[in-house]
Design a protein around this ligand. Structure first.
Ligand SMILES: [Zn+2]
Length: 246
């Protein structure tokens, strides 16, 4: 079997034996690749630097009978500053876990890769609030997965609700719900709906512009956490991380 070079981000790992790791790579062209990185935990190992979460590089993989092994890696970006701040680290880890929950083998996903790459860059190299970045990431992530929320029409009766005074948000229904329809959700502010509408208009390289006041940040985080849980299930690792961030 041939050796191939693949550009990818390390989105996770599992340690095994004394010095080895199985890395989860996310490649824009190939989706998820699980591969062995032998001896990468030895302090002097050539693979030590690349076998870390967030690393973006060109990985040289050797594949034999459906198993891939990392031969080497040309590191392009480590996003190192993420490791120096606990809030940035947690937000970036949540973004990785959300990606791990949906990426599949041999399934190209350039859009999600681009979204992850941009968010990691902003978490590492801008002063943006990590929670604002995570909120923008979650909203675009849900949209990409086919869960774009209904924001101006009731998700149940489809009526235009822009003039309604009292509205609710229901992840089950898929967005805003009017007072006349069964909602089972919490009341949602007009500000939160407008913020989501605007954030969805931004391209990935514009997401660093998102700035949210504390109250609105809290409201949006709860809405998007519940929407992700609705999509992935409450027991998914990503949801546990989102709850830890709170
Ligand atoms: Zn309705």
């Amino acid at each position: 079997m041939p050796t191939e070079c693949i550009q990818a981000i390390v989105t996770g790992y599992t340690d095994y034996r004394d010095n080895d790791r199985i890395l989860t790579l996310f490649s824009a062209e190939r989706g998820r690749i699980d591969c062995k990185a032998r001896n990468c935990r030895k302090p002097t190992a050539p693979l030590l630097a690349c076998a870390q979460p967030f690393v973006f590089g060109e990985f040289e993989l050797f594949t034999s009978s459906d198993r891939s092994t990392v031969n080497g890696c040309d590191i392009r970006e480590t996003f190192y500053p993420i490791r120096e701040d606990v809030d940035r680290f947690m937000a970036a880890s949540a973004a990785l876990q959300l990606c791990n929950a949906v990426i599949e083998r041999e399934a190209a996903d350039r859009q999600l890769f681009s979204l992850l790459y941009h968010i990691l860059s902003f978490l590492a190299y801008t002063d943006s609030d990590p929670k604002d970045l995570l909120i923008a990431f979650m909203l675009h992530y849900l949209d990409h997965a086919g869960y774009r929320p209904s924001l101006t029409r009731c998700a149940v009766c489809r009526r235009d609700v822009r003039q309604d005074a009292v509205l609710y948000y229901s992840p089950e229904a898929g967005g805003v719900v009017c007072g006349a329809c069964p909602h089972g959700g919490k009341q949602v502010s007009k500000l939160a709906l407008e913020a989501m509408r605007r954030m969805l208009l931004l391209t990935h390289d514009e997401l660093k512009r998102v700035v949210l006041k504390e109250e609105l940040q809290k409201e949006l985080y709860a809405i998007l956490r519940n929407s992700c849980a609705r999509m992935l299930g409450d027991t998914d690792k990503a949801i546990a991380l989102l709850d830890q961030i709170g």
